[in-house]
Design a protein. Structure first.
Length: 273
């Protein structure tokens, strides 16, 4: 029998955490939750769902998630964000997986996003494949902001969906974009990127065009139009903030560090590693 440790990192997640933990109840052999200073009932709710709660000051996504995996009791890790839940199909697939002889070092699965009350099936948001199940001795998270799992060995794909409950309002989405673009600009600057003018001029319209037309955001209706515009806004803000750093300005610190990614990874990405 393959045993699974579910790991979660949190910061003030009392609204979404119960749904996430309920979806793995009876499947997870243990739940390890690493909290970075919640002031709501996050830790209390986690303990009510049987989680082992650890506290660690926020550094970045990868380090928080790797810390959680290192404190787990089992070699197989399923990393779950607090705003996600397992579909019934994925849960059943994992129950069967636990009884099989395994060859792979990691498993990815499609992730569906619920945005402003509806499921998004286009706009570059679906299928948003995520590698979340892995052997901790053969894989680890890397990256500051848009973290991903780096695996030594074969990766296989599961069919069941991971559900991602994103934003319930446009204001919430834009507020997160403001925080993320500050982190992204700092990451670019730290990696030595200094060219901002051409990306600032050309990247936002290209992102709008690609998201709404090439990635068929129009099929998601007005939500697709909003996603395309916020994606373009995100690109603009990232390079505008990089320009500010390039010219010696400082960017305001966020009130608190986000505990997990809330939207699918942007299609435009600059690698720093």
């Amino acid at each position: 029998m393959n045993r699974i440790s579910v790991t979660v990192i949190t910061l003030n997640e009392e609204r979404t955490l119960p749904r996430a933990l309920a979806s793995v109840a009876g499947l997870a052999d243990e739940i390890v939750l690493v909290d970075s200073g919640s002031t709501d009932r996050t830790r209390e709710l986690a303990r009510e769902h049987g989680a082992r709660v650890l506290e660690r000051p926020w550094t970045n996504y990868s380090e928080q998630k790797n810390f959680a995996a290192a404190r787990a009791s089992n070699d197989w890790i399923f990393n779950l964000d607090a705003d996600e839940e397992l579909s019934l199909e994925l849960r059943a697939e994992l129950e069967r997986w636990k009884t099989h002889e395994l060859q792979a070092a990691g498993y990815e699965m499609p992730r569906g996003a619920r945005y402003l009350g509806a499921w998004i099936r286009h706009s570059g948001w679906y299928p948003d494949f995520k590698l979340r199940l892995y052997r901790r001795d053969r894989a680890r998270f890397v990256g500051w902001l848009h973290e991903s799992v780096e695996v030594e060995g074969r990766v296989e794909r599961l069919r069941g969906e991971l559900y991602h409950h994103t934003f319930t309002s446009l204001a919430e989405h834009v507020a997160q974009i403001n925080t993320y673009t500050t982190l992204a600009a700092r990451e670019l600057y730290a990696a030595g990127h200094r060219h901002w003018l051409l990306p600032l001029l050309f990247s936002p319209p290209w992102m709008l065009f690609r998201t709404f037309l090439l990635q068929q955001g129009f099929r998601d209706g007005y939500r697709g139009w909003l996603i395309a515009n916020v994606t373009a806004l995100s690109s603009f803000l990232k390079y505008a903030k990089l320009a500010a750093l390039r010219h010696g300005e400082t960017l305001p610190e966020s009130a608190s560090a986000p505990a997990q990614s809330s939207t699918p990874e942007p299609a435009e990405r600059v690698e720093s590693r």
